[in-house]
Design a protein around this ligand. Structure first.
Ligand code: SF4
Length: 244
């Protein structure tokens, strides 16, 4: 099950379904092979809630880069307390990380794009490949509002890099719809969202944005806008984990 025709079939079959119904259809089609990547963002918390409140057998994982905000670890803990369900964490390969830090230092991502991409590769891209291995569907919290490159994205797409079907359930939700959903179900969320952080990634590489600024201006702000990519979602200019 890895071609465009199959994706079109899925799209036709889930027409009119809400998110839990669509996820239930996917786990029926791909038992044990539907996984969701969470960075504990607003968006990801909506999807986590839909999975865990409906007891859907979708595995949830996060990529712990080791450089996340304390607030992110707090909302991770709150999520475990709220739903009492496991969230698997994937970590960078220790040997590669040790070598990289020894050669380049802990904050070399500020010095060159190559260093930044190497850091993202070790801390995110390689662990992501391990997390996705063996799965057939990757559920993400991407939203079109977050990047011009996402505006034409379909809700289902084939990811040729990771050989997996991607499903973006809340791709076309607005920020207000996400906030309203979080409020309605009292879902734990990262308090950094209340302080101007739209996209929350690693602490040294993420900052709050001002009203009117582009949603992604808070990521790798010291680099040229057209060089902001780290390889998690290859079609995008700017990436977060789970980053949504
Ligand atoms: Fe490293 Fe920054 Fe990429 Fe995180 S976002 S993996 S700290 S370069």
């Amino acid at each position: 099950m890895s071609n465009i025709a199959s994706i079109e079939q899925i799209q036709a079959q889930v027409k009119g379904f809400d998110i839990p119904q669509t996820l239930a259809f996917l786990v029926q089609q791909f038992p044990g092979k539907v996984t969701f990547s969470s960075s504990f963002s607003y968006e990801d918390q909506v999807i986590t809630h839909d999975i865990l409140a409906n007891k859907l057998p979708v595995s949830i994982f996060t990529l712990d880069t080791g450089r996340m905000f304390p607030e992110t670890y707090s909302v991770w803990s709150s999520t475990l307390n709220r739903y009492n369900q496991p969230i698997k964490a994937y970590y960078p390969d220790a040997i590669h990380l040790e070598q990289f830090i020894e050669q380049k230092g802990p904050n070399s991502f500020y010095e060159s794009i190559d260093n930044r991409k190497s850091c993202c590769h070790i801390r995110k891209v390689e662990p992501l490949k391990r997390a996705l291995a063996g799965n057939e569907v990757w559920v993400t919290g991407l939203r079109a509002e977050h990047s011009a490159a996402r505006h034409d994205l379909p809700q289902f797409e084939w990811d040729p890099v990771n050989n997996i079907i991607k499903y973006h359930p809340i791709l076309y939700w607005t920020t207000e719809e996400v906030k309203e959903y979080v409020r309605k179900f009292n879902i734990p969320y990262n308090p950094l969202h209340d302080r101007g952080f739209v996209s929350i990634g690693c602490a040294p590489c993420t900052r709050a944005i001002k009203p009117g600024e582009d949603f992604r201006a808070g990521r790798w702000w010291w680099e040229d806008a057209d060089k902001k990519e780290c390889g998690l979602h290859e079609h995008e200019k700017v990436e977060e984990l789970t980053e949504k």
